[in-house]
Structures are given as C-alpha cells and as structure tokens.
Design a protein around this ligand. Structure first.
Ligand code: NAD
Length: 269
C-alpha cells in the first residue's frame, strides 16, 4: 500500500483479534507499530504470553515495535500512552482506535456501572486517544490518519447490547464530526464497520456449531469475516491510496448491512 513504509502506527487493544491482525498487517507494509494492551494482571484479558506473541509477529517484519500499557478509558493512561509512543517511535502518524468491549443485559435491568464501562472504553476512550493524536499532528503540522474500529451495530440495532450499540452509533458521529473539523488540516478520520468476525470477543458462538450456524445463516455471503480482512481494509484506509477519503465508515461485513431479510421479495407480492 502506498505511503505506509516508515510510518508510526498505534493500535489500541492490539494484542488480540482484529487489533492484532491490523498491527501485523501494518508491520508487513513496513510501518513501525506500537501495540497497546490494557494490563498483564492476572484478571485481565491480556496474558503476558499473548502480548509477547503479538510483539513477535510484528518483529518478524523487521520494523520497530513498542508495547505500551494503558487503559483507554482512563485519561491519564491515554495521555501517558500517546506521549510514550511518540517518544519511543519518534512520532505518531496513524492511530487505530480498536479497543472495545461489550456486556450483554436486558435493557430494563442494566447496571449503570457496566453501561458506563462500555461507553468509557468504546467511545470516550476512542475520543481521548483521537484528541491526543490530533494535538500531536497539529503541533508538528503533519498529516495524520485516525481509523475507528466501529461495527455493523453502528447502524443495526443490537437488543440486549444497548451500551455497545450506543457506543458504535456515537462513533459514527465522532468519525464524521472530527473528519469535518480537521479536513482542512490534512487529518483524515474514517471508520471500519466489521460484521461478525472470528475473534475472542465472540468465542461464544464461534466455538459452538449450533450457534455458529444460526449466525452464519444471517450473513448474505454465508461466512464470518477474518480478522486479516479487517487488517487489509485498515491499511488501505490509512494509505495514500485512500488520500481523498474522510468521514466514511467502510462496512466489511459480507453483506450484513444489506437488509438480508430482503434477499427474496416478501413485501410487495
Ligand atoms: P477482542 O476482544 O479480541 O479485542 C478487543 C481488545 O480490546 C482486547 O485486546 C482487549 O484487551 C482490548 N481492550 C478492552 N478494554 C480495553 C481498555 N480499557 N484499554 C485498552 N484495551 C482494551 O475483540 P475483537 O473482535 O478483536 O474487537 C476489536 C474491535 O472490533 C472492537 O472495537 C469491537 O467492538 C470491534 N468489532 C468486532 C466484531 C467481531 O465480530 N469480532 C464485529 C464488529 C466490531
């Protein structure tokens, strides 16, 4: 992809699933990659082995890499993390806001701490990372790219996942608003809306053949997405090939946002 070699990229939540695939793909394209992980404490999702495996996959491509700890929902962590990346890689050109969580609950029984937690990571966290990255781009009068990893649930409602749906819906307007605000200053902001993608976040159905069949029958292309397919789109959107694209969300979803129930005509016959 044009214009990625030697660029410095930060991927939040970059040690697993889509984030890891994006980190590795940028390394393949010759970009230096900072991989953010939340914590290596025993109760956290990231184990030391997982973090090191991800770093090794990036190192294989001969680029510079750094591991940066930080909880994206904490402002002090975000500020420190971005400063750390800038110091250790010598600058930042591309931010991938990938970290995300979801917590299911019937909406009338939602516990507000859990509701806030999802919004704080997925939306507020993504914004704080974007804010710090934009400050850096502007201070150095250099072009910058931000890619927000959203979801098909940016536009498709997801009952029992209200805070997740709200966070991704909010992400769409964040992408569009920031894109408009900074378009004249050489900063492009876009989103990717993955459909059902095989990663740890949805192990519950991936590992269960009955549930997997139920999921796949809703997808027009009849299969789930691969994390690598998100990596390919992320590098495209960050590259000079996409130099004239800003404020858009590219859905990478095997047709999930095409109203699959309308595959056969039922409404007008
Ligand atoms: P995943 O669980 O493998 O990855 C999420 C990553 O975010 C993990 O590495 C996790 O440690 C990290 N994270 C969570 N909270 C964090 C915090 N506070 N600070 C820093 N990192 C934190 O799941 P994934 O499927 O790879 O998800 C990546 C992104 O893609 C998410 O934003 C998710 O909403 C989105 N997405 C995934 C799918 C899918 O089907 N897998 C579909 C649509 C959108």
């Amino acid at each position: 992809m044009k214009g990625l070699k030697g660029k410095n990229v930060l991927v939040t939540g970059g040690t697993s699933g889509i984030g890891q695939a994006i980190a590795v793909r940028f390394a393949q394209e010759g970009a230096n990659v900072a991989i953010n992980y939340r914590s290596m404490a025993s109760e956290a999702a990231d184990t030391e082995a997982q973090v090191q495996t991800c770093a090794q996959k990036v190192q294989q491509h001969g680029v510079r890499d750094v591991l940066v700890q930080g909880d994206v929902s904490k402002e002090e962590d975000v500020v420190r993390m971005i400063e750390d990346v800038i110091e250790r890689l010598g600058g930042l050109d591309i931010l991938i806001n990938n970290a995300g969580i979801q917590i299911p609950a019937d909406s009338h029984e939602i516990d507000m701490d859990r509701f806030d937690r999802v919004l704080n990571v997925n939306l507020r966290g993504a914004f704080m990372c974007a804010r710090e990255a934009i400050k850096h781009f502007l201070a150095h009068e250099k072009p910058g790219v931000i890619i927000n990893i959203s979801s098909v649930h940016q536009i498709i409602p997801k009952p029992r996942f209200l805070s997740y749906s709200i966070s991704k819906g909010g992400m769409q307007n964040m992408t569009r608003t920031l894109a408009l605000e900074y378009a004249g200053r050489n900063i492009r902001i876009n989103g990717i809306g993955p459909g059902a993608t095989i990663t740890p976040i949805n192990r519950a159905w991936v590992d269960d053949p009955v549930k997997a069949e139920m999921v796949l029958k809703h997808i027009p292309m009849g299969r789930a997405g691969e994390a690598d397919e998100m990596g390919a789109v992320a590098t495209f959107l960050a590259s000079d090939e996409a130099a004239y694209i800003t404020g858009q969300t590219l859905f990478v979803d095997g047709g999930l946002t095409l109203y699959p129930d309308f595959r056969t005509a039922w409404s007008s016959e």
